[in-house]
Design a protein around this ligand. Structure first.
Ligand SMILES: [Zn+2]
Length: 385
C-alpha cells in the first residue's frame, strides 16, 4: 500500500547540542572534482534507471575569527589524479569509476579567492580516500593534518616505504599529524564528539564505517544553528531522506530547484514509484549503504548505523546537512569565495535543498539526469595510462 495524504512528522530526538555563543564562519568550496560512479559501488539496492551516481565534490573553509584559526575540511581530488600512488590509480581504473574530471586544486581555488595558505592551521581529512585528500604537498609544512583514529596505524608510512599506503611518504614529511582519539565524555546526537577549538564552535564527530577513522564535523554557524559537514557518511541524500522526521510531502515543495523536464506542481508519486519499500516510501530513505563486495565501504553495517544517526541531525530544523557529494547544494548555495553557509537558515537553504536529490531519480526507469562526467579525463582529454 502506498502512503497517501499528508503524513504527520515524528518529532526528531534531541541532539543534546552543547550551548555556546562561539561560532565559526564556514564557506562551501566546489573543489571542481566531478565524478560519475556506478551507484551500486556506494548505495543500494539498485533502482532501474539510476545506475550512475553523479558526485560533485565539496570542501569547506572554516574560520574561527575569535581565536584567529583557520582549517579546511577535506580537499577534493588532486588535479593530476594520475600522480596518486600507483595502488590508488589502479583502484580508480579497476573499480568502475566511469567519469572523473578535476579542473583545479583546492590550494589554487583558495589562492584565487585571496587566502594566503600560510594562514591555514590545519587540514581535516574526513578519511583517506583520494577524492578527499587533495594534494597536501601544495600546502606549507606548517599546515597540520587532522584525522580520526586509526589513521596512522592504517596508512603510515606512506608509499613507497608503506607499499600499500594510499599516500606518498612525502605527504607527511615534516608535517604534524593530529590523530583524534574519541571517548564517550562528549556525545552530540548519537555520535562521539571532540570540541576541536575547545570553545564550542567546531566539533569533530566519530562517524565510523565508510573508511578507517572516518570523521564528520559540526560547525556552529550561529549560537543555535549548525552545519553538518558529512564527508562520506553517505553519498546521496536519498540514502537519508525521506525520514519519519521529514516525510516526503505529496507535492514537492515549490522552493525546490527542480529540473525543467519535471512538471509543476510536481507530485512526489513520480519518484516514490521507484522506492523499494512501497509501504514506507515517504518515510524511509530510497537507499541504504551498499553491501556490494566491490563497494568503497570498509564496513557497510557500521556505516549504515552512522547513516541512521545522521538522519536525526537531518531531522533537526537547526542543522543543515552538507555531505561531501550532494548535487543539490550546487543548485542553491553560495560557494567560496562568494558568501558563506552561515546564514543558511535565514536564506531558507535547508528547505530549498532538502528534496533537490529527486532530480537525480529515474521516472519510469528513465534516468533523471545524464552522467556528470563521461570518461576519466587527464587535462581535459581521455586518460590512456
Ligand atoms: Zn568521497
Amino acid at each position: 500500500m502506498a502512503q497517501n495524504g499528508e503524513i504527520k512528522p515524528v518529532k526528531a530526538p534531541s541532539l543534546n547540542l552543547p550551548a555556546s555563543s562561539n561560532t565559526c564562519e564556514v564557506s562551501l568550496i566546489n573543489t571542481t572534482c566531478d565524478m560519475t560512479l556506478p551507484t551500486i559501488s556506494l548505495i543500494g539496492p539498485t533502482i532501474k534507471g539510476h545506475e550512475d551516481l553523479n558526485l560533485p565534490t565539496y570542501a569547506f573553509y572554516v574560520q574561527n575569527k575569535r581565536l584567529n584559526k583557520r582549517v579546511l575540511f577535506d580537499l577534493g581530488t588532486r588535479k593530476d589524479w594520475w600522480n596518486l600512488p600507483p595502488g590508488v590509480v589502479s583502484a580508480i581504473l579497476s573499480k568502475g569509476v566511469s567519469g572523473l574530471r578535476i579542473e583545479k586544486d583546492v590550494s589554487d581555488i583558495l589562492k584565487e579567492g585571496g587566502v594566503d595558505l600560510n594562514t591555514i592551521d590545519a587540514v581535516v581529512w574526513s578519511h583517506f580516500h583520494w577524492d578527499h585528500i587533495g594534494n597536501i604537498q601544495l600546502f606549507p609544512k606548517s599546515v597540520d593534518i587532522v584525522v580520526g583514529s586509526p589513521f596512522k596505524k592504517s596508512f603510515l608510512p606512506g608509499y613507497p616505504t608503506g607499499k600499500d599506503s594510499p599516500f606518498w611518504e612525502a605527504d607527511f614529511e615534516g608535517r604534524n599529524i593530529q590523530e583524534i582519539e574519541f571517548d564517550d565524555s562528549l556525545k552530540i546526537g548519537k555520535f562521539r564528539a571532540h570540541d576541536y577549538f575547545g570553545d564550542g564552535s567546531f566539533y569533530l564527530l566519530d562517524v565510523p564505517g565508510h573508511a578507517p577513522g572516518h570523521i564528520s564535523a559540526l560547525v556552529r554557524t550561529t549560537p543555535d544553528t549548525f552545519v553538518f559537514l558529512g564527508g562520506d557518511v553517505c553519498h546521496y541524500p536519498g540514502a537519508y531522506r525521506p525520514s519519519e522526521y521529514i516525510p516526503m510531502p505529496e507535492t514537492i515543495p515549490t522552493e525546490t530547484k527542480l529540473d525543467k523536464r519535471l512538471p509543476m506542481p510536481c507530485p512526489c508519486s513520480l519518484f516514490t514509484a521507484c522506492h523499494p519499500d512501497q509501504e514506507h516510501s515517504r518515510t524511509t530513505p530510497f537507499y541504504r549503504v551498499s553491501t556490494d563486495p566491490d563497494s568503497w565501504y570498509t564496513d557497510a553495517v557500521e556505516a549504515q548505523k552512522s547513516v541512521d544517526k545522521l538522519i536525526e541531525f537531518d531531522g533537526d530544523e537547526n542543522v543543515f546537512v552538507a555531505i561531501g557529494h550532494d548535487p543539490s547544494l550546487q543548485d542553491v548555495c553560495d560557494f567560496f569565495p562568494k558568501g558563506t553557509l552561515n546564514d543558511w537558515k535565514q536564506k531558507g537553504w535547508k528547505s530549498s535543498t532538502h528534496w533537490g536529490f529527486v532530480n537525480e531519480l529515474p521516472i519510469d526507469g528513465k534516468p533523471g539526469r545524464p552522467p556528470l562526467v563521461v570518461g576519466l579525463l587527464k587535462d581535459g582529454k581521455p586518460y590512456s595510462g
